[in-house]
Design a protein. Structure first.
Length: 194
């Protein structure tokens, strides 16, 4: 099922497709590049067929099957978007979780985290911030993750992100900046780094 087709379907329950997801799907490459992604695409098509026949449970299962098969971030987002569109909350959460794992850059991981926040998938959000801490390559990136995690009440992850920022700080002014940001957010770096 293509992103364009998904947009024509009715939104179910309280779930909705954020505009940013629709935009992202139109700007990211959604080419099916691997055999597993071909199979995931087939599972999505089977889900669409089940929905047209009124077999909701079968369609939900097909979405979960597609998640286990997908090997690319664009495919994971396609599955998540379709699942959200049709009200399959469990499949959507699992798909966004898979997207977190497949995100290979800070911008991609940030995008998935924001999508998970929009849908209220707290477990995925936490996994996303943990992934962002792993992906951070500069102190500024790690501080940004820390402040974002703090903003949604994930203090433990914020502490880890500040500690990561200190590890990535090379110059004295970078370390001062990290300490300043940590103090402003009520984080004791002496305890965190230790």
């Amino acid at each position: 099922m293509t992103a364009a087709t998904a947009e024509t379907k009715p939104v179910v329950a309280r779930m909705s497709i954020p505009a940013m997801v629709r935009l992202r799907l139109t700007t990211m490459s959604v080419e099916v590049e691997t055999l597993c992604d071909h199979k995931a695409d087939s599972a999505l098509r089977a889900a669409d067929a089940s929905i047209r026949r009124g077999f909701q449970q079968g369609a939900a299962s097909a979405h979960l099957r597609a998640v286990t098969l997908c090997e690319s971030l664009p495919m994971a987002l396609r599955i998540a978007t379709s699942a959200v569109q049709h009200g399959f909350a469990e499949a959507a959460e699992v798909a966004y979780g898979r997207a977190v794992v497949l995100a290979a850059t800070v911008p991609d991981a940030r995008f998935v985290v924001q999508a998970a926040i929009d849908q209220g998938f707290t477990v995925v959000v936490a996994a996303g911030y943990a992934r962002l801490i792993e992906l951070a390559q500069t102190a500024d990136e790690a501080v940004s993750v820390a402040e974002a995690a703090m903003a949604v009440g994930m203090r433990a992850l914020a502490d880890k992100a500040f500690a990561r920022a200190m590890q990535l700080s090379v110059l004295p002014h970078e370390r001062r900046n990290v300490r300043h940001c940590a103090t402003r957010n009520g984080v004791n770096l002496a305890q965190t780094v230790a």
